[in-house]
Design a protein around this ligand. Structure first.
Ligand SMILES: *Cc1c(COP(=O)(O)O)cnc(C)c1O
Length: 375
């Protein structure tokens, strides 16, 4: 089996630096927050052009911290996409707020700005819930259409929480770097994400000093900025381990080069797979970080079987749209509510994607797919 995501080859290129960084943490005896975490926050803020970056324990906790800082809770509605990883609507529901879905653009799999405005109007005219925020998702590594979404958000005075858990480093057509496009940006350093650590990790980003201050407090049980035993609000224990920051410092150094390689890999896939399945669409001027390389085909089952027989792993992101999950039952959605998300979920599948994928391997994968679809 070839690897779906090749963390072993990557480790080979950074072994010495990772071990040195980890050794420095072990020698220092400081395992929570500390110098490495502050240094990483400085570098993450600079990389994205955000004023503030704050590391935390996962992408899910990043979303929760953002929702808590914006004081979102029972009686509030948050609009997001039905085609994402469950953590997006789950974080909203965990706050006691109501996730309201708005269908995707089937080309990019991201939130459709036109449908977003219809959804906002509908929630407002129903008048049952107070609309508090929008969570666009940068699915598979491509930033959502932030120029259009921001114009709508501003029209209705709604903050944007950017779920860039798959999109760290992605660019939109204005050249903005994810997750700096929203009021608060969230990312994940789960090992399989484009920038991953060796455990769980995440970060929040913002230019707003007040929101930063609130999230700084929420990160450690609602501490006050002067005295950590003077708790001023309810918070979480959402800190990042020092060792994970030490690992991320080594990984961030090679990240720009890896992004270049990801562009080349995606480009080669596009060339080799043309006409064999529905290819990903990257909007003009956008740079995807290619967290996943996903195709759609009515013959996805046959393709997955053929690839498996040839030692090539595949995955399905995501086979069930959020509104049809059992855990979302209480919100009363039904099949047919979001045709684009349902269509995507019905026949999408993902191929191996990482910066160390060789051209030869990509050609082998393409040949296997061509045979499976009878071309
Ligand atoms: C991975 C992911 C999350 C959650 O991140 P964790 O670090 O695993 O908690 C949230 N949203 C999306 C879109 C993701 O892909």
């Amino acid at each position: 089996m070839i690897p779906f995501i090749d963390l072993k080859t990557q480790y080979g290129t950074i072994r010495e630096e990772v071990l040195n960084n980890l050794n420095a943490v072990l020698e220092s005896g400081q395992f929570i927050l500390g110098r490495e975490v502050s240094e990483l926050e400085k570098q993450l803020a600079a990389f994205t052009g955000s004023k503030y970056a704050l590391c935390c324990s996962s992408g899910t906790d990043a979303l929760l911290m953002a929702l808590m800082a914006l004081e979102i809770g029972p009686g509030d509605a948050v609009i997001t996409t039905p085609f994402t990883f469950f953590a997006t609507p789950e974080s909203v529901a965990l706050r006691g707020a109501t996730p309201v879905f708005s269908d995707i653009d089937l080309r990019t799999y991201n939130m459709d700005p036109e449908k977003l405005e219809e959804t906002i109007r509908r929630v407002q005219s129903e008048g049952k819930l107070k609309l508090k925020a929008i969570i666009p998702v940068d699915l598979f590594g491509q930033a959502a259409d932030y120029p259009a979404i921001r114009a709508i958000a501003e029209k209705y005075s709604l903050p944007i929480i950017q779920d860039a858990c798959q999109g760290f480093g992605a660019k939109d057509a204005t050249g903005a770097v994810a997750p700096s496009m929203g009021t608060i940006g969230c990312t994940s350093f789960f090992p399989a994400k484009p920038l991953g650590c060796y455990g769980d990790g995440g970060a929040v980003f913002t230019d707003d000093e007040e929101l930063y201050g609130k999230m700084y407090s929420i990160l450690v049980h609602g501490r006050s900025s002067e005295d950590k035993y003077d708790n001023v609000r309810l918070g979480l224990n959402a800190r990042l381990d020092t060792m994970q920051a030490a690992i991320l410092l080594a990984k961030l150094k090679i990240f720009p080069g890896e992004l270049e390689r990801r562009q080349e890999v995606a480009h080669t896939y596009m060339e080799c797979l043309d006409g064999l399945a529905t290819l990903p669409v990257i909007l003009p001027g956008y740079r995807s970080v290619w967290a996943q390389f996903c195709l759609r085909s009515p013959k996805f089952r046959e393709i997955q079987e053929a690839l498996k027989a040839d030692g090539i792993p595949t995955a399905r992101y995501y086979p069930i749209p959020m509104h049809l999950l059992k855990a979302m039952k209480e919100y009363g959605y039904k099949r047919g509510d979001f045709p684009c998300a349902e269509e995507a979920a019905s026949n999408i599948f993902a191929l191996p994607m990482h910066p160390y994928l060789e051209k030869e391997t990509i050609r082998r994968i393409a040949k296997s797919i061509a045979r499976a679809v009878g071309q």
